[in-house]
Design a protein around this ligand. Sequence first.
Ligand code: 1CP
Length: 336
Amino acid sequence: MTKHLLDALRGHPSARPPFWFMRQAGRYLPEYRALRQEAGGFLDLCFNPDRAAKVTLQPIRRFGMSGAILFSDILIIPMALGQSLRFAEGEGPVLGDLPETLDFAGAATLYAPVIETVRKVKAGLPDETTLLGFAGSPWTVATYMVEGGSSRDFARTKAFFYRDPDRFRWLIEGITTATIEYLSAQIEAGADAVQLFDSWAGALAPLDYERWVIEPNRQIVAALRARHPATPIIAFPKGSGILYKRFTEIVRPDGIGIDTQVPPHWAAEVLQPLACVQGNLDPLTLVAGGQAMLEAAEQICGHLGQGPFIFNLGHGIVPQTPPEHVAALCDFLRKL
Ligand code: 1CP
């Protein structure tokens, strides 16, 4: 069985686009909510390989996406490096003080259960389904480490790098090093491809974007490609706007994830010659469902379907999404 999603990442167009959805495992699925309840909390679920593997496979069993994304979180890396992390019910993540030093030696021990999850998922996955590992990109991860949680304006993180760029560079370089090791371990355990989530790339001015988005993503892609030349890498620098072009030219990922705002015809013309394009249906169309959702999906496929393309959303599925709408979208994509 061929893996269509991997074919697309290797530059091959196909009649029917491979598809998966960011946050395809999660709170919109009743079977996820049940397992999470059983596990205790979200982090207990992440660190339990049996349960995390089950959650990873839930959307595949129900909808048959072309790709399964490892069930874990980008905030495992701060935790592995020695920063405390908890998820309070209904709240976002809560991180402790930024550590003075980063615990590279202890990191691999802490994320070992996640690597075990990759092995378990691999064993239970249909042959035609691509297993995607992932990590957060250094800038996005650093915002959580500095802010102590989610933020709207990243005011503390920006104050940090404008006042003390050398210390911020130390932090970014530390996350970069840890992320290369972490993704390498995922690949060695069976991930067929990996995705870098730079969810807050769009918050930075061009010069800062160059330093804190382009450069660390470039280093991670170069290092992984040197170690694992056959494993494709998808980058998702959300909100990059016109800088998507420069990002793709310099970072050279195999796949480039575009957010909801990027015009698909622009992506086809400017990005697709450089990389496989992945995106970019507005996740809120899935809440509405029906014709509005299918028309939006069709338009995206019309613009991007001639070149290497993976259908996805422009950001993650939201918890209030009816699972039947996801099923309808999957049926539509399979019948194209
Ligand atoms: O059960 C729960 O209530 C926890 C909700 C949840 C889930 C299901 C969180 C908390 N993380 C996850 C899983 C997750 N996170 C996955 C694997 C599942 C899948 O995609 O199917 C992935 C890939 C992530 C990645 C992630 N975590 C990102 C990057 C993608 C994005 O959405 O931009 C980010 C920013 C996070 C941080 C995070 N994790 C969870 C929360 C509430 C947050 C904060 C989000 C914010 O600041 O807005």
